[in-house]
Design a protein around this ligand. Structure first.
Ligand code: SF4
Ligand code: SF4
Length: 440
């Protein structure tokens, strides 16, 4: 029986246009890949190739360094044409490896041998995951081998996060439906290497076809169980999913490890088992291209580094002007600075919203003191009071309101009838406190 978490909201899911669309490859392989050196929350990677080098599909093109980063591999065969700044989905531009496709799709033969469950231990798993360049694919982009290292021996419950509570996005739903067997194998592998005694696969009840198929598969499985939860945003946030599954509350400023849990996104689990059991590096991922402005919304299985422009063209382009294009979902995602920016390991979607779809930001609206933002904040914050303290530049009051605990879920902005951009305000408050008032 699932537990519950405080707050949260019920945005319209708007997943109808893609939930029945299978993960398809592009009918024409992209002409070029743009592989940014910055794809990991831990910092940039070190390039292993130079302009003029020939690369094959699956070949490493960048490596992690002691200071951070993660390995990156080419999802096509071709030639490196440049190492130059290109638009980055996180904003601005950043150095990227540009690979021109030769159309041959020649595989690299240096791929590591597949391993079996008998060979599974923390060392073999960490080595394989590090070599495959796997990072948190639900958006965090934290190096997965580091997360494994931190979690080993400290957890009793491993949670596979397939909640996908962001409106519009269905890439994880399709992965769960189409590759369930591998995701379950990945959960078993992780539990064995980390010493977890339970694996809980969490999804929302709106993914009915996936739920039915998983229930059949897991009927006799004693290690992995399915937890189906009523749709509520932000179920997929780490602290909320831990509380929902176990009833344990992650302390402020803490992590799920503090309550003996670790959470992996479902796409990350798929990538981990693919690297371990088949020796595949992380070169492709599932993405959803959708929104009212898109001609034919689809789910696609694409090489990482494919420019979003190519994916939008594969969906028939825009049928009307997009007021906002956002990667990662409309609640927590970021506005895409340019369609020339590429798909990253951690980006699951491009949502192109029409003007009526996008709630206007209502700058200057007046707070009517309804208290809804306080009632709905899953982190027990008081966004309206944070806004007041920020406006008054009262740093002492601000510190007592703990804006640093905000996970940027966006529930407060969503629920506010005055359409005040509260999530931006709380983020500004967080930065203001960190910089001793300078961000104001
Ligand atoms: S204050 Fe932060 S955690 Fe709370 S609802 Fe707003 S965005 Fe979410
Ligand atoms: S939800 Fe909006 S209007 Fe209501 S108290 Fe919060 S800031 Fe004010």
């Amino acid at each position: 029986m699932p537990h519950s978490f405080f707050g949260g909201v019920f945005p319209a899911t708007r997943k109808e246009s893609t939930r029945r669309k299978p993960l398809n490859p592009l009918s024409v392989s992209p002409e070029e890949l743009v592989i940014p050196l910055l794809m990991c929350a831990d910092g940039p990677s070190l390039p292993l190739v130079r302009p003029g080098d020939r690369v094959l599909r699956g070949q490493p093109v960048a490596q992690w360094e002691e200071t951070g980063g993660a390995a990156a591999h080419s999802g096509i065969s071709g030639r490196v044409t440049a190492l130059e700044d290109r638009p980055h989905p996180w904003g601005g531009s950043s150095p990227a490896i540009i690979i021109r496709n030769d159309g041959q799709d020649t595989p690299w033969d240096g791929r590591p041998e597949p391993l079996t469950l008998r060979e599974a231990n923390l060392t073999s798993l960490m080595e394989r995951v590090q070599g495959a360049g796997i990072v948190g694919m639900g958006g965090a982009a934290y190096p997965t081998w580091k997360k494994l290292d931190q979690a080993a021996g400290r957890v009793d419950t491993l949670i596979i996060n397939a909640a996908e509570c962001e409106p519009y996005v269905t890439a994880d739903h399709r992965l769960l439906l189409e590759r369930a067997k591998y995701i379950i194998q990945g959960g078993e592998l992780l539990a064995r290497c980390l010493g977890a005694s339970h694996v809980v696969l969490v999804t929302e009840g709106d993914k009915l076809n996936a739920v039915e198929s998983l229930e059949r598969r897991l009927r006799r499985n004693k290690l992995v169980r399915l937890c189906t939860v009523r749709t509520r945003y932000p179920l997929g946030a780490e602290k909320q999913i831990v509380q929902t599954v176990t009833g344990r509350e992650v302390p402020p400023g803490g992590s799920p490890l503090d309550v003996k849990c670790v959470v992996f996104n479902v796409a990350t689990v798929y990538a981990i088992q693919d690297a371990f059991f088949r020796g595949h590096p992380l070169t492709h991922r599932a993405v959803t291209v959708t929104g009212g402005a898109v001609t034919r919304p689809r789910n696609l299985w694409v090489p990482i580094g494919t420019p979003w422009r190519v994916l939008l063209e594969a969906c028939g382009g825009l049928r009307e002007e997009a007021e906002l294009m956002v990667t990662g979902g409309p609640m927590m995602g970021v506005a895409l600075p340019s369609l020339d920016a590429p798909v990253l390991k951690s980006t699951n979607s491009l949502v192109c919203l029409t003007s009526p779809e996008r709630k206007s930001e209502g700058a200057g609206s007046v707070c009517i003191r309804c208290g809804k933002c306080v009632d709905r904040c899953p982190m027990h914050l008081a966004p309206t009071f944070i806004r007041q303290a920020l406006k008054a530049n009262d740093l002492a009051a601000l510190a007592k309101l703990h804006p640093e605990d905000c996970n940027a879920c966006g529930c407060c902005s969503f629920i506010c009838p005055a359409q005040i951009p509260l999530v931006e305000t709380v983020t500004l408050a967080k930065n203001t406190l960190r910089e001793g008032g300078a961000a104001q």
